[in-house]
Design a protein around this ligand. Structure first.
Ligand code: 4NP
Length: 160
């Protein structure tokens, strides 16, 4: 994967990389395309802090929620790697556990911005809760959150 330094590279992170972060990646990438901002971004990717599901495609409930909203998803789970801290400008995670794990793993001198994706939610719902052991409504709620946060993030970059 080649990275372009004049473009913004964004990594979305959750625990397993099968529910929330592949959804965030897909929703954000779709919004970037819809708003014709593809030239402004390099790599948009996602990863997990844990390795339980490495290689798996997204959870069927996450994929179904994206499909329902006509957002294409194409991802295989992977774990966050130390090199991600140099490769990505923004590492945006879902909950405070992801945030502390990411900070603990961060190599000295990383310039990546490591932050809760929900910080960009104009509704102020900062935590994107783990939906894994809950019902489908949790995935729909996650979808609404990542949609609002995607738009908020683009506004914070002054691209909207
Ligand atoms: P995610 O959800 O972090 O949004 O991908 C989870 C997926 C799997 C597990 C927990 C959360 N798990 O315990 O296997």
């Amino acid at each position: 994967m080649s990275l372009c330094r004049d473009k913004v590279n964004v990594l979305f992170v959750c625990l397993g990389n099968i529910c929330r972060s592949p959804m965030a990646e897909a929703v954000f990438a779709a919004m970037v395309r819809q708003k014709n901002l593809q030239d402004r971004f390099g790599v948009i990717d996602s990863a997990g802090t844990a390795a339980y599901h490495v290689g798996e495609t997204p959870d069927s409930r996450s994929a179904a929620t994206c499909k329902k909203h006509n957002v294409p998803v194409n991802h295989h789970a992977r774990k966050v790697h130390k090199s991600d801290y140099n490769r990505f400008d923004y590492i945006l995670c879902m909950d405070t556990s992801n945030l502390s794990d990411l900070k603990a793993m961060a190599p000295a001198g990383t310039t990546a911005v490591i932050q809760l994706f929900g910080d960009f939610d104009p509704n102020g719902e900062r935590i994107i809760q783990d939906p894994y052991y809950g019902g489908r409504e949790g995935f729909e709620h996650n979808f609404q959150q990542v949609t609002r946060a995607s738009e908020g993030f683009l506004k914070s970059l002054r691209m909207l």
